[in-house]
Every structure is written in C-alpha cells, then in structure tokens.
Design a protein around this ligand. Structure first.
Ligand code: HPA
Length: 271
C-alpha cells in the first residue's frame, strides 16, 4: 500500500469507529476549539464524547492540558462535531496526523468548519481581547499539511468570504465587535522574536499563531468551507511594555471566553 492509501485507510477506520460509537450521527459543522474555549462543548445537547485515545489513528494526548476529545451533538439547532484539543506541528506530529481530524470530519459528512485559535497581535492597532475573522493567512512555517498529497491548482480564498460575511453580520447583531485580519502561521513551539513580529507586520500579518493553517488548508483541499475566528490572547513579542506573564493571558482569556463562546454559538445557528 502506498502512503496515500495507507492514510486513507486510517481515516476511514477512525470515521467508522466514530459512526459506530455515535449511532451514525452525521455532523454538518466541524468546530476546532482554540485554547480556553473548551467549555463551548458544555452547550452541546445530548453529546457523544469520544476521547482521542479511543479513536484509531488519533494520537491520544495533546500538549499541556488540552483535553483531547471529540464532542458530537446538537449546538444551537445544528449537528456539530467539536474538537476539544487539537494537534500542533510543534508537538512533532506528521502532516498526515495534522490532516487527520479534518479528513475524518469530511468522511463523516461535515460541509463547513469553524477553526478557532488564540493569537498574539502583530498589528499595532490590536489589543489583547480583540476578536477577528481570519480573511487570509501567511504560512511562515515553510511546510504544508498537503505535503505528500496530489498537488492542487486551487488559488481561491481559504477562508470563505461568504461565511466571513455572515459571521460579521451576526457579531454586529449581538453587539460583539469582530474585526478582520490576516493570520501569520508559525510552527512554534517558541513564541516569535520581536524582529519576527515586525516582519509579520510588514508582510501584512495582523496576528500570529501556531495552529489554524494546517486545518484550514486540509479542509479546503477536501471541499469543506472554512470560517476562521481568532482572539488576541496577548500582544505579540516586543509590543508589550511589560514582559508577558501567564496571569496576563489568563486575565485576557477570562474576558474573551464568554464572548467567543456566545459568538460561536450564534454563528453556528446561521452558518
Ligand atoms: N505567538 C504565537 N502563538 C500564539 C501567541 C503568540 O504571541 N499567542 C497565542 N498563540
């Protein structure tokens, strides 16, 4: 078996296992939760909860305190599959592993995906706590999750302008400010240097983070429409007058969390 067939078999096995465990539940919207947003899963009605350790082909843990489970059920009237905890390149996972959850979502029937993430700011006009719809990205990792797959000639937008527009309308309706911005993707795990943040700003990046891009590229490759939502958990390196602490991030996250959870819940209803 070549590596593409091998990976396809792993994805199909995982999807079959999930279908068996959920009595053939067919999610329409996939949501990848960024750090701190785990409790959105508490709003899912009649949830099926599957720890990654029980899903064939999924690494069983994610880094540093991420829960690592799939939650399937109904959120604001829509059938969803949530990833609580995700896989990052900086954990050393292969591209096949980074793609896998999104490929599994595709096999299960997901048509739209919301990918969320905490980021640092690069744009000087952003503040900790700001929410942004991702309009595009800079892949500064010099690697693609599609490596090893058949080349694609796709040149269109990765983040659906249609879904982005809907998200912006919903945010305005419920009074949650939602800006737009370009996501600079770095592979981490180290934060950027101040010079790198300046570079990202010069290249047109508004925020910087270590996720989102592998999942979004995979989704579009598989024909899933993508909405990207990010929240600034901290100012980027070199932009803060005082050194960044865990407390700063915790404080910002406690303000952001309820807003993002409310926004995502509303967005799911109209997607
Ligand atoms: N840099 C990279 N990734 C991040 C940051 C940051 O400042 N904040 C949250 N994720």
């Amino acid at each position: 078996m070549n590596h593409i067939d091998e990976a396809r078999t792993i994805v199909q096995d995982a999807a079959r296992h999930i279908s068996e465990q959920t009595h053939d539940f067919t999610p329409e919207i996939g949501i990848i939760l960024g750090s701190g947003l785990g409790h959105l899963a508490d709003s899912v009605k009649d949830p099926f909860i599957l720890p990654y350790s029980q899903i064939p082909g999924f690494p069983d843990t994610t880094v540093f305190g991420h829960a690592g489970r799939l939650v399937l059920g109904v959120l604001n009237g829509r059938k969803v599959i949530l990833m609580q905890g995700r896989f990052h390149a900086y954990e050393g996972h292969s591209m096949a592993v980074l793609r896998r959850p999104v490929e599994v979502m595709d096999v299960l029937g997901v048509k739209k995906m919301i990918v969320t993430a905490a980021t640092g700011s690069a744009n000087l006009s952003l503040e900790a706590g700001d929410l942004l719809a991702v309009t595009d990205h800079l892949n500064l990792s010099h690697n693609s999750p599609l490596r090893g797959l058949h080349p694609t000639q796709y040149q269109g937008p990765i983040y659906s302008p249609r879904l982005t527009q809907r998200a912006i309308e919903v945010a305005a309706k419920i009074g949650i400010p939602l800006k737009k911005g370009v996501y600079g993707y770095v592979s981490g795990p180290n934060f950027e240097t101040p010079a790198e943040v300046r570079m990202i700003r010069k290249l047109g990046g508004d925020v910087v983070g270590m996720s989102t891009v592998p999942e979004a590229l995979t989704a579009v490759y598989r024909g899933i429409e993508v909405l990207g939502i990010t929240y600034v958990s901290n100012l980027g390196s070199g932009l803060s007058p005082t050194p960044l602490t865990h407390d700063d991030i915790d404080k910002t996250m406690s303000i952001i969390k309820p807003k993002v959870v409310r926004l995502l819940t509303e967005i799911v209803g109209i997607l």
